[in-house]
Write a protein that binds this ligand. Sequence first.
Ligand code: 9G3
Length: 569
Amino acid sequence: MKQSFFLVPTMREVPADADVVSHQLMLRAGMIRQVAAGIYTYLPLARRVIRKIESIVREELDQTGAQEITMPTLHPAELWQESGRWEKYGDELMRLTDRHNRQFALGPTHEEVITSLIRDSINSYKKLPLNVYQIQSKFRDERRPRFGLLRGREFIMKDAYSFHTGGESLDEMYKVMYDAYSRIFRRAGLNVRPVIADSGAIGGKDTHEFMALADVGEDTIAYSDQSDYAANIEMAAVKVNYTRPDEPLLERELVDTGDAKTIRAVAERLSVQEEKIIKSLLVSIDDEWALILLRGDHELNDIKLKHALGASDIRLATEEEVLEVIGTEVGTIGPIDVKGMKVIADHGIKSIVNGVCGANESNKHFVHVNEGRDFTVDTYADLRFIQEGDPSPDGKGTIRFAQGIEVGQVFKLGTVYSEKLGATFLDENGKSQPMLMGCYGIGVSRMVAAVIEQHHDEDGIVWPTSVAPFDVHVLALNVKKEEQMKLADSVYHSLQQAGLDVLLDDRPERAGVKFKDADLIGLPLRVAVGKRADEGYVEVKVRKTGEVIEVHADELVPTIQAKLQQLAE
Ligand code: 9G3
């Protein structure tokens, strides 16, 4: 491809509204241009990277026996009404009406479409298991689209759906997909950790997310420093055996704490450790009030609370509700003599002796408070967020945190959709059963940004060879010099003859501009044809290592092939 014709509008300046490196570099390297918030045009360089990622995905999925289809992005509302998700998903589901005033959704995911297709085309156990996938645009009206392709409103996803007669078959498929994902991300040059994840609103149980480690990642991963345990922070279990210090129980006292409302303020006011304070939260759990107790230095993990109680709707009480229900302001509520509600405590409370808690009276706290004597807990559960330094739940090593970009997820859906949409099969005994389902997603366009987050330096992108938009960047440093242009052309053609993708910078620009653009675009190898063209010598630079060597044009192809091979290892 000759750059003088190629649509790659590079930019020198860093765009103001791009906050993360991958977004900045994709704009500056002329890979994308925004049309509207969270909506982008993929220019040729980005299109080439996506095509390489898609072919890795297709290779790995096709060899598992998954079958590629393409489902529509326009979904009739009826399907989403049948599954009950038309109402459930509010503003995030993009909706429109057609000329006959019929309602449609722009597909954020395709459980409804695929399940209705399978319901109408499969009904015998003999035809299962089945795994179908597509690579298709998705639409989700994110409240705050940001970070370029990392969180867009229209994006490319590979989504697969599998159908099974029973759990064993689903478990097998889950592992097959899990392993295929590990291969896909490794081949794409991504450093990815599979983590135990929360199945969220889509139901189903086993779920793993594949996290590309990156500081800009929005998800926090809790991982062990001595095993392969890793979990999304929301799901990381806390396995700590709390022991109550064997101090003598002191007489409970009511003390004035003035306007101290936060844990820190109360700790300072009473000169006690935060670990000795009983944090009390008034929470509505499926419209019933409950008092949640946590140690002062711990935070409530509402996902764990929801799972622990099998609740579907959890929310913190507002200030007004606290005043109305308990009769005092937030920050002075506590479990002593609290009426008409359950007291649910995180295990961490067991480590408190002679602790502090709100007195359910304005500006007052109790000190020397002890569970059992002064208040009782109805239910203990693991309710807190895991913290760095906690022991790993698998008993090996200590928990550390890392940020990750979710680039893939695998779910066991169970029969959540097949029951709602009537996807049943006749088993060996001719009995009708709902199919078990799994679903598996990869953020294809998000992967482009994740690769850049993991592969860049101060000069620009450093593409792994497996997904680079081209293999080699040939620069004719001075297109006015006939011998340089001639040699650049012949080098360009001999590399293409060798089956390589080559970008030839034949623009009438200064050498400095060409070098900067080459570093920005980040192709794995750069061949500069300059002053020594008349002796037949060119300069090869390895983008990743900065290594520069002078090579005679006659040796160039084998040298380039050897370098590409080395980089791919
Ligand atoms: C919606 C909207 C947003 C959504 C969903 C539905 C996320 C939704 C979860 C999934 C689960 C898997 C198949 C491929 C892999 C992921 N955001 N999810 O269901 F209506 Cl507006 O998409 N689906």
